[in-house]
Design a protein around this ligand. Structure first.
Ligand SMILES: Nc1ncnc2c1ncn2[C@@H]1O[C@H](COP(=O)(O)OP(=O)(O)O)[C@@H](O)[C@H]1O
Ligand SMILES: [Mg+2]
Ligand SMILES: [Zn+2]
Length: 448
């Protein structure tokens, strides 16, 4: 028998090293290595004794790929139109964000035979949560178990169409010598689940905790294995929860699902366009409303900037919900094209409600918020500002301009600044004043 060797494994990406290292040479994460036993792989001899089932390509019939209605429009949308039969979905998120709540509610609403496996809580804890969430359904079975072979046996014998494992970090297989939660166990158990799912056409929903450093143990490793990876995140203060797809074999990854955590569980936020606009203080400088697209939907939200003098050499730049590098570029554009002195100022930028912006279409709103904060001038609270800003200070066209205009109009805003390049796309009849802009300097002259 081959001896088991110890290796150090990066919890973030699964990189293996013979000695401990502080920084992962593969994914550059810090302090992610821990010791694991490298199991000597059971060598499968290529004896040719297994029968393979091959087929000519013409005679292969279409798989319809049935999708289950999860009972939640938001979840269905993020999944790409429901839960694909026979797929493996990983839901990651911080402890306490509401992952167990989401899957338990879903399990009850699926109206299919569901097996909910818990490795973290007792049966009674699950039951009392289900009572609180009004999620009692006789087709929902609960199993408290952490041993993977036992779980897969139960998946088969229960006749469940969907199996939930809460969480994948608690599950282990005796085949591997490492304890539950190690990269080896998580990776191998997920691979075994994937294998089982495809063979038996059973869907699995796996829960994965994000560790306090901000990553799910082995996310990069798991992302390659499973079909779909969803992240559940939120602004805990507001009770808002957002569900995003990081990877989806059966749909796009740019849809956003929005929920609100209440004592009765997660409620879908139906009229989501204004959900990020809460608690606005209109009399403060540095506040600007903008409109962003997430998948097929428009959201209006507030950009907040604070600019303060920096007394110690290195001014601070902090961006929440916005790309830090993009902020640096916009600050350089403001200095050069807007003749603003920002090199000796601290700049803090925040997107309200915990929204995360990835598109450049709100550049102009960011620039206006910073310019307003710097000069301590307020901008009309009834105005929405959109547009990408180029390095020359020019305003560049953006996508979906009609949708943004319509949403701003619907929410009662009286004006919207859009890129002049998008002028031809202004809808015919609008109750909102549409103001085309071509250049940063001109916008500032008009605003301040
Ligand atoms: N009795 C309760 N009343 C209202 N909200 C609750 C109650 N119990 C839990 N919650 C909410 O549910 C959250 C925990 O959800 P849970 O699904 O257990 O999270 P996770 O599985 O991601 O760790 C808490 O942070 C809280 O917001
Ligand atoms: Mg939980
Ligand atoms: Zn790594």
């Amino acid at each position: 028998m081959a001896k088991n060797k110890t290796v150090y494994v990066c919890a973030n990406c699964g990189f293996e090293s013979l000695r401990w290292v502080g920084k992962c040479p593969s994914c550059e994460a810090w302090d992610t290595f821990s010791e694991e036993i490298k199991s000597s792989a059971k060598s499968k001899s290529p004896s040719g004794s297994n029968t393979a089932l091959f087929q000519d390509i013409i005679s292969i019939t279409e798989e319809t790929g049935e999708r289950f209605d999860t009972g939640s429009e938001e979840l269905n949308r993020v999944l790409g139109g429901g839960l694909m039969n026979g797929s493996v979905v990983l839901i990651g998120g911080d402890p306490g964000i509401g992952k167990s709540t989401l899957v338990l509610q879903t399990a009850a609403k699926l109206n299919r035979k569901v097996l909910y496996v818990t490795g973290e809580e007792s049966l009674w804890q699950i039951k009392s949560r289900a009572v609180r969430l009004n999620a009692l359904n006789s087709s929902l079975m609960i199993l408290a178990e952490t041993d993977l072979p036992t779980i897969l046996d139960a998946a088969g014998s229960s006749g469940a169409e969907i199996v939930i494992i809460d969480s994948i970090q608690t599950v282990s297989s005796p085949e591997f010598d490492n304890p539950a939660g190690t990269v080896t166990q998580i990776r191998e158990c997920t691979a075994a689940v994937m294998n089982y799912s495809k063979k038996n056409n059973i869907s699995f929903i796996l829960i994965g905790h994000v560790t306090k450093e901000g990553f799910l143990a082995g996310p990069k490793v798991l992302e390659h294995i499973v079909d779909t990876v969803l992240y559940f995140e939120g602004d805990s203060g507001e009770g808002l929860r957002m569900l995003r797809a990081q990877k989806n074999r059966f749909g796009s990854t740019n849809e956003l699902g929005i929920f609100e955590m209440t004592s009765g569980g997660l409620q879908e936020v139906k009229d989501a366009a204004s959900v990020f606009l809460t608690h606005r203080n209109e009399k403060i400088s540095g506040s600007v409303i903008s409109a962003t697209m997430e998948g097929s939907r428009t959201f209006l939200f507030e950009v907040q900037a604070l600019v303060t003098p920096s007394y110690y050499g290195n001014p601070q730049r902090v961006a929440t919900g916005f790309d830090y590098k993009r902020l640096s570029i916009l600050l350089a554009v403001l200095e050069k094209r807007g003749s603003m002195r920002l090199s000796d100022k601290n700049v803090f930028l925040n997107m309200s409600g915990g929204i995360r912006i990835t598109e450049p279409a709100i550049d102009l709103a960011v620039c206006c918020a910073i310019a307003g904060a710097l000069s301590d001038k307020t901008i009309s609270p009834d105005l929405v500002i959109t547009g990408e800003v180029g390095l020359g200070g020019e305003i560049r066209g953006i996508s979906n301009i009609e949708k943004r205009i319509r949403e701003a109009e619907k929410l009662g805003f009286t004006g919207i600044i859009i890129p002049a390049a998008n002028k031809s796309r202004i809808p015919k009849e609008c109750r909102i004043e549409v103001i085309p802009a071509s250049n940063l300097r001109l916008v500032f002259e008009n605003l301040f």
